[in-house]
Design a protein around this ligand. Structure first.
Ligand SMILES: Nc1ncnc2c1ncn2[C@@H]1O[C@H](COP(=O)(O)OP(=O)(O)OP(=O)(O)O)[C@@H](O)[C@H]1O
Ligand SMILES: [Mg+2]
Length: 211
């Protein structure tokens, strides 16, 4: 795919939506023109984008309540659009987004309560497919730890939770936090971001090449 609209959403707070959205947008920006839409009134991505820029960072636009209008503008002006969604359906922003995008990524932390909360997204995807039948949706593991038995068990459990599970995941890495603290993506974090870049690159390749 040489263009794509990708939403990152989960009703579970703190599961890594903004972290994934920011770094996904940074990775896509190395491939083509990219805009990161912040549809979350908390403004995490907007705040990140408002910090001092280095070359190659994606543009960040806060949608406010104009989610539909901004997605339409973004897709007509950029090759890649990433939407960071709020952790709730209350505002209606997530539903509007899911009706517009090609791909949904649902980050899930390796703990059972996080998994249970994330199951609500399966229902949201079913609703969205009534108007957007082509929507492709995946769970993606965040803060995974290769040697952790719990991470392994969660990976097995996620295979049976109603959405396909991406093979690749984001590891639990300080680089994601440090890069954010400095207003950077892991792509702009030199050697310290190398492993995290490898996570994100694998996710991008899997998602863009997965039909
Ligand atoms: N893979 C990771 N490794 C280490 N820290 C991480 C990772 N992913 C996210 N974090 C940290 O976890 C916290 C929550 O992440 P983030 O803000 O991306 O979640 P969110 O789902 O967008 O939250 P909200 O629901 O409030 O919008 C942040 O401090 C972030 O830096
Ligand atoms: Mg967020």
């Amino acid at each position: 795919m040489t263009s794509a609209k990708i939403a990152v959403a989960n009703l579970k707070g703190g599961c890594g939506k903004s972290t994934l959205a920011i770094n996904l947008a940074a990775g896509l920006a190395t491939r083509g023109s990219t805009v990161l839409l912040d549809a979350d009134p908390q403004g995490t991505a907007e705040h990140w984008g408002s910090q001092e820029k280095v070359k190659g960072m994606p543009r960040v636009v806060a949608t406010g309540s104009e989610v539909l209008k901004e997605i339409r503008w973004a897709q007509s002006t950029h090759e890649y659009v990433v939407v960071d969604c709020p952790p709730t359906l209350a505002s209606g922003y997530t539903e509007v987004t899911l009706e517009q995008v090609d791909i949904l990524l649902v980050p899930v932390l390796p703990s059972p309560p996080d998994l249970w909360s994330s199951l609500h997204m399966v229902e949201a995807v079913e609703q969205a497919r009534k108007v957007n039948p082509e929507l492709r949706a995946y769970f993606v593991r965040n803060q995974s730890e290769a040697k952790s038995a719990l991470s392994h068990a969660m990976r097995e459990a996620l295979k049976f939770c109603g959405l396909p599970l991406l093979e690749n995941s984001l590891g639990r890495r300080a680089a994601y936090r440090w890069a954010a603290l400095e207003g950077l993506s892991v792509y702009h974090f030199g050697a310290r971001g190398k492993k995290a870049v490898s996570d994100i690159e694998s996710i991008i390749e899997e998602v863009l090449n997965h039909e």
